[in-house]
Design a protein around this ligand. Sequence first.
Ligand code: WQD
Length: 345
Amino acid sequence: MRKKKIIVTGGTGYIGSHAAVELINNGYNVVIADDLSNSLAGALDGIEEITGIRPQFEKIDLCNKKDTASFFCNNSKAEAVVHFAALKSVAESVEKPLSYYRNNINSLINVVEQMELKGIPNLVFSGSCTVYGQPETLPVTEDSPVKKALSPYGSTKRICEEIMQDTFNSDKKQQGIVLRYFNPIGNHPTALIGELPRGKPNNLVPLITRAATDKTDELKVYGNDYDTPDGTCIRDYLSVVDLAKAHVAAVDRLIKGENESDCEFFNIGTGKGVSVMEIINAFERATNVKVNYSIGKRRPGDIEKIWADASLANKKLKWKATEEIEKTLVSAWRWTQHCTEKGIL
Ligand code: WQD
């Protein structure tokens, strides 16, 4: 039987490449569109080595309407699009708000417009828990109020959700699922795909692995005077492999027509809050490697604590985060060692 085709935009990136692996392993025919602005085509080698299948790839700027139209012309038989392609640095979005609004919103508009024109019915969107800001109550559910984002990056995620809600309806036979990610960490256990460290990362775990690699590099813990048990911020850290599997569950749900509305939202997290110090201690325990760190000032824009109520995804997507955090941290460490050996880092 002919495999169902899934377009994965941003599919050579960190989460996109992991999702491509899981989609291929679940029998889908994956076509990747990526502009390689924050990834390398070498990710295709890793995907091929892991799955035995090299996905079709096209280098494309999804903000270019003409190129996007011709890409979708060649892939009009796709059953779904999983849309990862976006700029994703919170800090960079504060410095360059217009490029974030232009890139993240125009690319989604071009994709949705082409899906409508070509009759591709299903979209899975890479959402973010940043839309919740600092929730009043925890764990945060999908019904928790969406707030003004604390960064242009977060605003683009909220605006994209609204674009999907306003354009998806059964008359046009289009439907979508927004996966609101919490904090993805780690890498595929083979260390063949991972987060390309373009410049200095912003996120905690890549900075921990750097501080563990280069003894001259010191991790700054952004504040230990928060209202939390050890004074450091709390987040819901989940394995990127578990996160990737949630995309397969979402694609399956839409293709089988099991969705209960034209645009559904799911929190994709472990349901467990973990502090910065707990992550550092877990990393040192799991890898037996010391992390150089010192306590610094709070980072502007950081929220104090957030973790997911993921019960809706558990129930409706039949998806649950299963990987132990120590195992995930070891995978992050192995990826850093792989990048160091390859001279990427
Ligand atoms: C985590 C914690 C920092 C660096 C991320 C993504 C964002 C979105 C939500 C998907 C915070 C602390 C960090 C450092 C530190 N994900 N920290 N020292 O801010 O939760 O945002 O998740 O859309 O895209 O960026 O993640 O990894 O930056 O920070 O103490 O050098 O680690 O204060 O408490 P954050 P993060």
